[in-house]
Design a binder for this molecule. Structure first.
Ligand code: MGD
Ligand code: MGD
Ligand code: SF4
Ligand code: MO
Length: 737
């Protein structure tokens, strides 16, 4: 586990930043990380790694990273003790709670709240203890359309099918770039390597993307679709499948509702009708449809480019429809559901499975909340619009909405007007600079790790326990911080934390049908370790606390730093389904009702220039730009533009361009690229680190521009409320001077 040579030790663990779940070996001398290398012995990743995992030491040692709680008075920040911080939190909450109640408090959970050992297991607990009724999250800038789709079709919003890349014959990638992102809602140790293996065994890879990404460059075919038109494209694919008698739901037939409705709908979308809209010839659409229909096994995968567009729900729905029509859903080599070794969802997720699709309307604009959450764009207006129910207090948690969401300007003003704002974060950044109080989260190396979301979207059942590299005796553990802060927000600051945790654990034992007394007796630890142990032991491969002696416990993973992969995913049949009928609802009226909007869009004159987003290997949304080795070298916050468009705009490589949309303008250098569809430009998100008051010295010295200043607040997918970052109409011109 740990080898010692003098003061040197090597700790094997996993990088938590993305679903790659790479094993790394961290060499530490005294209190300093001197080297990180890929762990070739890791049972899952087998030595795969990217530049971010190797830089975990720099992230940990970043001098701007917060080590103690911070209180803001005006522009001044003071570092305080934990006791002072909790006392201050009580004072802050008292500004709102007695007079306005919990309805005036909101939470905003971001991407990083899901990646910590404590936070992944206590985020739901925190908001429950805090009695916070208004929860906003980065889900509504991400996969919410998929949640809506799986909720309606399968009765379970997190039962999202995953492409079985290792066993397929045809892999179709739409709106995803695993070469940069490493796969999303699709955990794989090495997507590009698996694409290479697929092609070597005679299979094919097709990428549908307005940009010929590094993934598309490794594919057999690139289809340069016009942004925001995938729903029409996929309806035309379905049209051809029906027309050519390639529809064969096979094993799904007995559990399928809605085939006739889908047949009728697809009949209205022959390839010839959509080719101009999609910017893809009818021949190319037909060719792909025939290929999908005739392939023995095909996996069609759609991700962020499909979710964060105007037709996010329709396109995400149609990805499922194509899999069902061709019998590829729940089939080896098609798309499968995962079987987790340590499923936490019923234990800790802030989402309930028994939730209606529509959960309310917003106070100010009457916007629909789907599955418990309002669009992010509603947050600013709910804060800055006076009246009964106005939001006056906010907690942000592992989130940087000032860079990651639309409408940053109004959001910043709104944050400035709150009665209190508390953040849990590692930095004073573009968002947390507005907080009155920041609780520092532990660094990756200051806590154990067991990936929750990675394994949830993996087609292998496995697990890996990462030990803490640097023990921190001077601060409470993160779950304790969350529990304590939760009680303060809940108006019950004097509750006993250990008792609360025992209560929480006992309730989880009940969920899993485990005898409480047995579980308590077998669990020396408390907090997240105890929950993880329960998840493993009561899971499909667990020992059920001794009932199945050959089964697994957390200790088995602590004893083996390589981790374990114990099974490949297999079809799960109707056991996954939780719909009222017990069947797959392929043609839910919620989807069909949105088709008119698509048909209307097809008659509109397209914008001559639209913007899409892109990810970069060295970034993680907005927050790794303070690591010098990840941002050194040439400016990465550039606009990709096609040579023909560059000529029209009078731009050449390296010139600065002004990009304007209905909501704002940014200025960045251009990179002239043949690998992009004419009429489309691409910007990375997560830049724009020039906010006054942020304490990010490296990022601030190479700020880039915030691409979301170009994302209009009112542009969203109305069927899910999800934000739109792709297909935004823009104008590009040469910057003065
Ligand atoms: N234009 C455009 N915008 C996008 C996207 C896009 O493709 N294009 N993608 C969207 C997507 S998919 C997402 S998920 C969102 C992400 O949106 P956010 O979650 O709002 O953004 P992040 O940059 O991931 O912010 C992570 C925050 O967590 C903090 N942090 C880092 N480590 C920890 C930790 O251990 N604990 C805690 N508590 N905090 C920590 C960081 O300092 C940072 O403030 O962005 C969305 N925005
Ligand atoms: N290095 C790195 N890795 C990350 C992240 C990161 O910021 N950096 N973020 C993580 C997060 S939070 C997420 S959610 C995942 C996302 O992971 P991915 O889904 O793989 O996201 P992207 O790499 O942004 O790829 C989106 C692709 O969609 C294309 N696209 C845009 N509009 C359209 C459209 O209308 N139709 C089609 N067909 N394509 C379109 C874009 O050109 C782009 O190539 O990545 C995760 N991994
Ligand atoms: S960021 Fe993802 S791909 Fe990179 S090392 Fe970490 S887990 Fe692996
Ligand atoms: Mo995301």
């Amino acid at each position: 586990m740990e080898g010692a040579a003098g003061s040197e030790r090597v700790v094997k663990r996993v990088c938590p930043f993305c679903e790659g779940m790479c094993g790394i070996a961290v060499t530490v001398v005294d209190d300093t990380v001197v080297n990180i290398r890929p762990d070739t012995e890791n049972a899952w990743s087998q030595g795969h790694v990217c530049p971010k995992g190797i830089m975990l030491g720099e992230v940990h040692h970043d001098p701007d990273r917060l080590l103690s709680p911070m209180i803001r008075t005006g522009d001044h920040w003071a570092s305080v003790t934990w006791d002072e911080a909790f006392a201050h939190a009580e004072r802050l909450v008292a500004r709102v709670l007695p007079k306005h109640g919990h309805g005036a408090i909101a939470g905003y959970i971001g991407n990083m709240s899901a990646k910590g050992f404590g936070s992944a297991r206590y985020a739901g607990r925190f908001f429950a203890l805090g009695k916070i009724p208004n929860i906003y999250s980065s889900s509504l800038t991400d996969q919410h359309p998929k949640n809506v789709v799986c909720h309606l079709m399968y009765g379970a919003m997190w039962r999202i099918p995953i492409p079985d890349l290792d066993r397929t014959d045809l892999f179709v990638v739409m709106g995803a770039n695993p070469a940069a992102s490493k796969g999303s809602i699709f955990s794989h140790r090495d997507v590009l390597g698996a694409m290479r293996d697929l092609r070597a065994r005679g299979g094919r890879v097709v990428v549908v993307d307005p940009v010929q990404t590094a993934t598309a460059q490794k594919a057999d075919q690139w289809i340069a679709i016009r942004p925001g038109t995938d729903a029409a494209f996929l309806l035309a694919v379905a049209n051809v499948l029906f027309a050519e008698n390639l529809v064969a739901p096979a094993h799904l037939t007995p559990i399928l509702n809605g085939l006739e409705e889908v047949r009728e709908l697809a009949g209205r979308f022959p390839p010839e009708k959509v080719e101009a809209f999609c910017g893809v010839s009818a021949g190319e659409i037909r060719g792909l449809a025939l290929e999908i229909g005739r392939a023995k096994r095909a996996a069609v995968y759609g991700r962020i480019g499909l979710c964060t567009q105007s037709f996010g729900t329709l396109s995400s729905w149609l990805i499922e429809v194509i899999a069902i029509l061709t019998g590829n859903l729940d089939r080896i080599g098609g798309s499968l559901w995962s079987t987790q070794l340590a499923d936490h969802q019923d234990l800790t997720a802030p989402y309930s499975t028994d939730i209606p699709l529509v959960t309310g309307k917003s106070r100010v604009s009457g916007t629909t909340a789907f599955l418990g959450q309002l669009p992010i764009a509603c947050l600013a207006e709910e804060i800055d619009t006076p009246g009964e129910g106005q939001l006056r207090g906010l907690v942000t948690f592992g989130a940087n909405p000032m860079l990651s969401s639309p409408g940053a300007e109004r959001l910043g003003d709104a944050f400035g007007g709150l009665d209190f704002m508390i953040s849990i974060d590692n930095y004073i950044n573009e968002t947390t600079r507005f907080a009155d109080l920041i609780f520092p989260a532990p660094s990756v190396l200051e806590q154990p790790h067991w990936d929750v979301y990675g394994w949830a979207f993996a087609l292998k059942s496995g697990g890996h326990y990462s030990p803490t590299v640097f023990e921190r005796k001077d601060r409470p553990e993160e779950w304790q911080v969350l529990t304590r802060l939760g009680t303060i927000l809940g108006g019950e600051p004097h509750l006993d934390l250990d008792e609360l945790d025992d209560e929480y654990f006992a309730a989880m034992c009940d969920v899993r049908g485990i005898d409480r007394a047995v579980a308590f007796a077998a669990s020396p630890h408390s907090g997240p370790e105890r929950i993880l142990d329960l998840a493993i032991r009561s899971g499909p491969f667990g020992d059920r606390y001794g009932e199945r002696p050959e089964g697994l416990t957390l200790q088995n993973f602590k004893d083996d730093p390589r981790g374990k992969v114990v099974a490949d995913a297999t079809p799960l049949g109707s056991s996954v389904l939780n719909t009222a009928t017990g069947k797959i609802e392929m043609a839910h009226p919620h989807f069909l009702a949105d088709v008119d909007r698509l048909e209307a869009a097809m008659t509109e004159t397209p914008s001559p220039m639209v913007l899409v987003s892109r990810r970069q290997l060295g970034s993680l949304n907005s927050w790794l730009h303070n690591v010098d080795s990840l941002v050194r070298g040439k400016n990465r916050c550039t606009l990709y533009i096609h040579p023909a468009d560059a000529v029209s705009a009078g731009l050449k490589e390296g010139d600065f361009a002004v990009i304007e949309s209905a909501s704002g303008a940014v200025t960045v250098p251009v990179e002239v690229q043949t690998q992009i569809r004419p009429g489309v430009v691409s910007l990375p998100h997560g830049w724009g680190h020039d906010a006054p008051g942020a304490r990010l010295r490296v990022a601030g010295s190479r700020p880039g521009a915030n691409s979301n200043l170009l994302s209009p607040r009112d542009l969203r997918d109305p069927a899910s409320g999800n934000a739109v970052f792709n297909g935004i109409p823009v104008r590009v011109s040469k910057a003065d001077g």
